[in-house]
Design a protein around this ligand. Sequence first.
Ligand code: NAP
Ligand code: GLV
Length: 317
Amino acid sequence: MSALNPGSVPRTISCAFSDEAIARQWVQALQKRLPPNIEAKLWQPDAPPADYAVAWHPSQGFLDSQPRLKALFVAGAGVDAVTALKRAPDCLLVRVEDAGMGLQMAQYVAYGALRFARGFDAYEAQAQRAQWRDHPRPDLADLPVGIMGVGVLGLTIAHSLQALGFQVHGWVRTPRGSQTVPISAGHDSLEDFLRATRILVCALPLTVETQQIINARHLSVLPRGSFVINVARGGHVDEPALIQALDSGHIAGALLDVCAIEPAPADHPFWTHPKIRLTPHIAASTLLDPSADQVVEKIMRLERGETISGVVQARGY
Ligand code: NAP
Ligand code: GLV
């Protein structure tokens, strides 16, 4: 019945965020897009269970209070904080697909790649000494960019870097057909991919398979003088191994947006390491309006009994 007549069945969406102001913004953004039979609400511990939820880093307590959820919409692209939690049987886990994050990511990675490739660190240091001196401009063909994870965000990063003149190749899990970006797939091709990379960009989801993938072994396979950009999750990086590779001079520098523990504590060595630039997980933020558009469109599709994209699979992304 509900699939045939979605406009008449009362439904509720619970919005659960640790920051109540953000939860209120979501409630408003959803409600103005929803038909009258679907109500968006702030989560309250004593409220009746909802049909759908939108959340960021929900607690197990929240999910335990939602035994009849049809879908949990995570308010971001990464779902690693949720995959291990128990949720209602048949509750889909759905992530944000791009919604303006790809462009932000591309800007961030372009900044890092250009800063490294054009030697801006050296020019900044010279400026401190009022020293007017140019250096040979590197040929970007000598600085190929390897993107680990060429999904929704990785592909936008790849195309933007190509437009800036970088040679870009990517590494993914599942082999694919011809692409605008050369792609290799699967664990067996990882070391060849790394050997052919000078600027490594991590845009992977954090899963059991990708945990600490930037480790001592893989860093050693990168050519000497490579640069690392991590816009994914801190858990991808073996942090002491990265520091060691930087100290030994094998890795030239790193731009890191994420850390194993966030916020990074004041005494974290990344803050002060001369070859690391650390930013506080700002590479791409969730934009409310396009994300709310996506959530509402997907809820309406589910109400009509249709399939939706962005559903997290058993592989963890
Ligand atoms: P996505 O569309 O799911 O793409 C993931 C990519 O990673 C796919 O190409 C996938 O390969 C590849 N991959 C997954 N597991 C792999 C494995 N074991 N080996 C090789 N490749 C693997 O994800 P997305 O939307 O681009 O987001 C990527 C991540 O960015 C998110 O999970 C999140 O953690 C992070 N993120 C960070 C920020 C920030 O501000 N720092 C903001 C947003 C997102 P296939 O193509 O073969 O499936
Ligand atoms: C942010 O880190 C996200 O996963 O959207």
